[in-house]
Design a protein around this ligand. Structure first.
Ligand SMILES: Nc1ncnc2c1ncn2[C@@H]1O[C@H](COP(=O)(O)OP(=O)(O)O)[C@@H](O)[C@H]1O
Ligand SMILES: [Mg+2]
Length: 310
């Protein structure tokens, strides 16, 4: 378990991280979301013992990162921002060096480095100098370093930053595959990534936690959650709108688009919990409207993100 307790960081008089607390169990993949400068990287640096907190602490698998830093860090893997790797070393030498500092020796070390190279698809560049690799490969080398010792806790700062769509997909798969026996924290500002990999998301703005929920839970906070979107063939839109407005539980109807061949509208329920789809269907079939499509909106993370962080 990772227990983050009242982490706070001042840079001079600026409070970059302001009393952040949460706990994370194995099997969870937590996404840190937030605008640039929100304090995501600083929080991760404190959790990993890379930077001392001004206040509070983090406990990693029972080891306090301030009092018992070495034991805590033994259990951690950390992928820092911008993949800091030694540019003059070859991929193999760098990972072998990382394995050495992690305390592995002999055949075990050789196997570990080899397995990690395979797992991270680095076989083709094993002997290439890191400085000559593309950004995506450098990121992968740094990723390899963070999982080399098969840590129980993995902290990754923007693990897919700078990768192309295929590489992003690969890295997300790897993260999901590893997640069963680990507790993972990753930061991102890609909202789709949160949906694709995270079981939970914490939105941070101005150094504080603004929301802590599952991606689905966050979507229910969207202004359009539970709204019903409808498309019709040629229709008298005035009559249609008044039919829809008269349905019980409807707060508002919005005409999205109207052309000679199609009319589309969005119907908002009185409260997020009001289920209006069935009643809308009943009203429309009673008046024989030419309904082409209908769906209940789940809400979008970007709307929620904007509402919370703007
Ligand atoms: N070493 C530092 N010295 C001074 N200010 C810093 C330092 N690191 C980060 N900051 C400031 O702290 C705030 C949070 O930064 P950061 O944690 O990097 O945000 P994020 O990762 O969410 O983009 C920003 O205002 C940033 O400028
Ligand atoms: Mg950052």
């Amino acid at each position: 378990m990772i227990e983050v307790q009242h982490l706070t960081k001042f840079f001079g008089s600026k409070r970059a991280v302001d009393d952040i607390s949460f706990t994370l169990e194995k099997g969870e993949i937590l996404g840190f979301l937030g605008p640039n400068g929100a304090g995501k990287s600083t929080t991760m640096r404190m959790i990993t013992g890379f930077m001392p907190p001004s206040g509070g602490t983090a406990v990693i698998g029972g080891h306090d990162i301030r009092r018992d830093s070495l034991e805590a860090r033994r259990k951690l893997g950390y992928l820092p921002e911008n993949a800091p790797v030694y540019p003059d070393m070859s991929v193999f030498d760098y990972l072998d060096f990382c394995a050495e500092i992690r305390g592995f020796t002999g055949a075990d070390r050789k196997k570990r480095v080899g397995d990690t190279i395979d797992k991270c698809f680095l076989g083709g560049v094993r002997h290439q100098t890191i400085g000559t690799l593309s950004k995506g490969y450098k990121q992968r080398v740094c990723f390899a370093q963070s999982i080399l010792h098969d840590p129980e806790y993995l902290i990754m700062d923007e693990p897919t930053d700078g990768l192309d769509p295929n590489q992003k997909h690969e890295v997300r798969l790897m993260i999901r595959e590893m997640s069963a026996e680990k507790a993972i924290i990753l930061s991102t500002h890609i909202l789709d990534e949160v949906d694709a990999v995270c079981t939970r998301a914490i939105i941070i703005a101005e150094g504080r936690i603004q929301a802590d929920d599952t991606p689905a839970g966050l979507r229910t906070r969207s202004p359009y959650h539970g709204a019903v979107s409808l498309t019709f063939g040629p229709t008298d839109s005035g009559k249609l709108m008044s039919t829809l407005r008269s349905v019980e539980g409807v707060k508002n109807t919005i005409l999205i688009d109207e052309s000679r061949s199609e009319v589309s509208v969005r119907v908002l329920p009185r409260t997020r919990e009001t289920l209006i789809a069935d009643r809308i269907m009943a009203a429309l079939s009673r008046d024989r409207y030419d309904l082409k499509s209908m769906y209940v909106e789940q809400g979008r993370l970007d709307e929620v993100f904007r509402n919370i962080t703007m």
